[in-house]
Write a protein that binds this ligand. Sequence first.
Ligand code: HEC
Ligand code: HEC
Length: 201
Amino acid sequence: MRHHFAAISELQRSIARGHLSEAKELATWLADHAELPQEGWQAYLDELHLSALEVAKAKDLPTAASLAARLGRACSKCHEARDAIVTFAWEPVPEEGPALATQMKRHQWAAARLWDGLVGPSDQLWSEGASVLAITKLDTFQAAGSANRGDVTALAANIRAIAARAGKVEDHDARAVLYGELLSTCAGCHQLVRPNPVPGP
Ligand code: HEC
Ligand code: HEC
C-alpha cells in the first residue's frame, strides 16, 4: 500500500507540473504493480488496474488529469468498502509569502491534501486542502514573467473558483471530477508559462 501510495502521489504531482511522459511511466508502473496482500476484492483491483492503464495511454494533460482523479477514486472506493483506516504523513502548511515560488509550495501542499482527502477518503484532509487553496495568493504578474496576461489571470481565477467549489462538494465522485479539473488547471498554466519545465523530483 505504501508503495502504491508513493507512486500515485508522484503521479498527481507530475501531472500538476505538466510532465505527461513522467506521469505515464508512473501509471504504467502502478498498473503492473496493482496487487494486494489479501485475496478477494478483485473488482476493486480491476478498476484500479484499468484506471492506471488509461492514464498510461492519455493523449494529453487534461485527459491524464481527469483519469488520475478517477484512479484516486478507485483507491478510495475499496477503502470505503473495506472500512480501511488510512493514515497520511502530516506535513505543515508552508507559510504565505510574496514570492511565487512560496505561493506555489502552498498550491502544491493544498493539492496534496485534496488528493489525500480523495484517496482516504478523508473529509478533514479534503477540507483543509480546499480552505488553504481558497486563500493562497497567486501573483499572476510574476507568474506571467513580469507581464499582464489575460490567459494566465484566467487560469489563476479558475483555481480560486475550483477551491471555492471544493469547499462545498461532499459527494466523493464529484470531488474526484473537481480534483481532475484542478490538476488540469495547474498543468495548463505550467504549460503556458513554462513550456519546457525542467524534469526533476
Ligand atoms: C482492493 C482494495 C484496495 C485498493 C484498490 C486500494 N487499497 Fe489502500 N488499503 C486497503 C486496505 C484494506 C487498507 C488497510 C489495511 C492495510 O494497510 O493493508 C489500505 C490501506 C492504505 C493506506 C494506509 C497504509 C498504512 O500503512 O496505514 C494507504 C496510504 C493506501 N491504502 C493507499 C492506497 C492507494 C493510493 C490506492 C490506489 C492506488 C489504494 N490504497 C488502493 C485496500 C485497498
Ligand atoms: C497562473 C499560473 C499558474 C497556476 C494556475 C499554477 N502554477 Fe505552479 N507555477 C507557475 C509558475 C510560473 C511557476 C514557476 C515559478 C518559479 O520557478 O519561481 C510554477 C511552479 C510550480 C512548482 C515548482 C516548480 C516545479 O515545477 O516543481 C510547483 C510544485 C507548482 N507550481 C505547483 C502548482 C500546483 C499544484 C498548482 C495547482 C493547484 C499550480 N502550481 C498552479 C504558475 C502557475
